[in-house]
Design a protein around this ligand. Structure first.
Ligand code: SAH
Ligand code: DHB
Ligand code: MG
Length: 221
């Protein structure tokens, strides 16, 4: 592992391909000032997410794990006209920071931020008849990724895309005997992806400023 090199390349990619953006920088600054952990997607990863959302022409999006709203702002900007994004955050303090940044980004009317553990919010969304979602980004508590994926799949349509962050976990994904519950959850996710006839999926490993990790991407058939 050459973390310095990975970070240098991410910086180069950011400088060349990810233009400076006031609202996104503002969200990062507000999150840092409030002491939120700096675990948002990297700028190049965020841009990939945004491009996927645009490719989808997504009108409805669901995000698990708002943190300071960095990925939320990226995704919400990719919404098709009249679109809406629902984002779920368990930590009320993080959610308040995100709310401010989302508002300053001019996205308050298209982003629906729900505070509470996602597994408690999902039945509320269910009662409201939410979905189907064109794009789902799963990036909250990693042990629940398989549960979030199952709900997302049941609230998707043919052509929906479901992306899960942090599935590779420094390569521990390949360790069948791993005693890390978050890793075992990603292994279960992959078993589901393999057995589930409603999706076709792959996982892409990533290196960069966030180390060695990766995304699982599932297309609903
Ligand atoms: N998507 C963000 C990063 C999210 S970090 C970005 O890239 O900008 C993971 C977030 O999930 C944290 O803010 C954490 O508080 C939140 N989280 C943890 N457990 C959760 C739960 N059960 N329900 C909803 N959010 C949760
Ligand atoms: C953590 C969460 C993330 O979503 C991430 O991308 C990196 C780290 C964490 O909880 O430590
Ligand atoms: Mg993540």
């Amino acid at each position: 592992m050459d973390q310095e090199l990975f970070s240098a390349v991410d910086e180069f990619v950011e400088e060349t391909l990810v233009p400076h953006d006031e609202a996104l920088q503002g969200a990062l600054d507000a999150a840092a000032a409030a002491g939120l952990p700096p675990i948002q997607v990297s700028p190049p990863q965020g841009k990939l997410l945004q491009m996927l959302a645009r490719l989808q022409g997504a009108r409805t999006m669901l995000e698990f794990g708002t943190l300071g709203g960095y990925s939320t702002i990226l995704l919400a900007r990719a919404l098709a006209d009249g679109g809406r994004l629902v984002t779920l955050e368990a930590n009320a303090e993080y959610a308040e920071v995100a709310r401010g940044s989302i508002e300053r980004a001019g996205l308050a009317d298209v982003v629906d931020l729900r505070v509470g553990p996602a597994l408690e919010t999902l039945p509320v969304l269910e009662d409201e008849g939410a979905g189907p979602f064109d794009l789902v980004f799963i990036d909250a508590d990693k042990v629940n990724t398989p549960n979030y994926f199952a709900w997302a799949l049941d609230h998707s349509r043919s052509g929906s895309l479901i992306v899960a962050d942090n599935v590779v976990r420094g390569g521990s994904l390949a360790e069948s005997a791993s005693d890390d519950p978050a890793t075992q959850a990603q292994r279960r996710l992959h078993e589901t992806l393999a057995d589930e006839p409603r999706v076709t999926a792959t996982t892409i490993q990533t290196v960069g400023s966030k180390g060695y990790d990766g995304f699982a991407i599932a297309l609903v058939l």
